[in-house]
Design a protein around this ligand. Structure first.
Ligand code: ADP
Ligand code: ASP
Ligand code: MG
Length: 409
């Protein structure tokens, strides 16, 4: 007998029939003697609909009110799912984040979980109930409703699993595991039986939305056994996230390819090359709470250089406005912005012990005439920034060139 947290994504609870199927699955696990905590997302499309409603009232909705609105999607599914579980002959009880007391900071729309009060859930479990806890939401110290950022139900589930020291956290979604890349873009993509925590963290942070990055961070911090599975199939072991490299079953050099369209590039040209320039440009950007990702500075010619960096596309206008202010101040020639770029990244712990991956990646892209605008590397990943129109092509040719569709030997 184990304690298992099961999270079901939006598509998995997308209509009443699917909610019934989820309830049947939950009841099957319960019948095996397990203790369960179930965490649903809102029905697919619902969170988008709610945010769009708020934006009809005001294009930049007040963040506190936006969370009040966006969090309601999950309040509907917890009630429906609890009822459907009772229909299966089990005892169930729904809870909002505030009712459990999923305590977060007050950063509306991107709050971080600080603690979870598990007492009530433990008491329910002891009485044979299946608690159904709303994903994506919490409450701050003063009682304000908060949400955890898009895709945040994953994090709710992992945080609950950590707080209750669950034996496993199962993330049920519309694919049957973590693939070598998004199977919607590359149909030949292959499901991975295991992926290391570090690789999953990179994949999530580089754009693979199968798990929200914070859920992976949380899982790593508390070593939560985490598995991604299909909610539409009865069998299948999905993908297990492992914490030691030697637990990894496949010894591929590259585990996966991630991509993100949410990028924008800003170049400051004709910058005098002297100490303090990077700070003069990026300091005010950071002060405005804008995250900077890839940064490059050219070698200077006659004491003048170009300086480029990328930001999330949502922050592009804000960052451009700041860069223009800085331009006058530091005496740079011009500011050039491009919000039509994307980032494609290859991830794999095997890169640590293999050379030539970067050159093979660059050759593959050049053979397709894809110009690389920026490059960034770490021990286990290589990212390139390219024109957005080449994104899918780049992912496909790299997937093929590195033979990711084949089981590694
Ligand atoms: P849910 O609503 O269940 O949380 P998401 O849409 O957030 O589901 O995440 C699942 C989706 O992630 C898949 O449908 C798939 O298109 C996408 N995805 C992106 N990269 C990957 C990957 N490497 N492996 C599997 N799925 C991926
Ligand atoms: N419903 C929220 C969203 O759409 C949270 C989630 O699905 O994980 O972002
Ligand atoms: Mg998701």
């Amino acid at each position: 007998m184990a304690l298992i947290v099961q999270k079901f994504g939006g598509t998995s609870v997308g209509n009443v029939e699917r909610i019934r199927n989820v309830a049947k699955r939950v009841a099957r696990w319960k019948a095996l003697g397990h203790d369960l905590i179930v965490v649903p997302s809102a029905m697919s499309g619902e969170t988008n609909r709610l945010i769009a409603l708020a934006k009809e009232i005001h294009p930049q909705p007040d963040a506190r009110e936006l969370d009040v609105i966006a969090s309601t999607g999950e309040q509907v599914t917890i009630g429906l799912l609890a009822m459907a579980i009772m229909e299966q002959g089990c005892k169930a009880k729904s809870y909002t984040g505030a009712q459990v007391r999923v305590l977060t900071d007050s950063a509306f729309t991107k709050a971080r979980i600080q603690s979870i009060d598990e007492q009530r859930l433990r008491a329910d479990l002891a009485e044979g109930y299946i608690p159904v806890v709303a994903g994506f939401q919490g409450v701050d110290m003063t009682g304000n409703i908060t949400t955890l950022g898009r895709g945040g139900s994953d994090t709710s589930a992992v945080a609950l699993a950590a707080a209750l020291k669950a034996d496993e956290c199962q993330i049920y979604t519309d694919v049957d595991g973590v693939y070598t890349t998004d199977p919607r873009i590359v149909p030949e993509a292959r499901r991975l039986k295991t992926i290391t925590f570090e690789e999953m963290l990179e994949m999530a942070s580089l754009g693979s939305k199968v798990l929200q990055i914070r859920s992976v961070e949380f899982a790593g911090k508390y070593k939560v056994p985490l598995r991604v599975l299909s909610s539409f199939e009865d069998e299948g072991e999905g993908t297990l996230i492992t914490y030691e490299e030697d637990e990894k079953m496949e010894q591929a050099i590259i585990s996966g390819i991630a991509f993100s369209r949410d990028e924008a590039k800003i170049t400051v040209t004709g910058v005098p090359d002297r100490p303090g320039i990077a700070y003069a440009i990026l300091g005010p950007i950071a002060d405005a709470n804008v995250d900077v990702d890839v940064i490059i500075q050219n070698a200077s010619v006659d004491g003048i250089t170009d300086f480029s960096f990328t930001v999330h596309r949502n922050d592009f206008d804000k960052a451009m406005a700041i860069a223009r202010k800085v331009q006058a101040h530091i005496g740079a020639r011009d500011i050039v912005g491009d919000s039509k770029v994307c980032k494609v990244s290859m991830v794999g712990v095997g890169m640590r012990s293999h050379v030539g991956i970067a050159s093979q990646m660059f050759r593959t892209l050049s053979e397709e005439g894809i110009n690389i605008q920026m490059i960034s590397t770490s021990e286990i990943k290589i990212s390139v920034v390219v024109d957005e129109k080449y994104m899918e092509l780049a992912v496909r040719v790299l997937h093929k060139a590195f033979g990711l569709e084949n089981e590694p030997v």
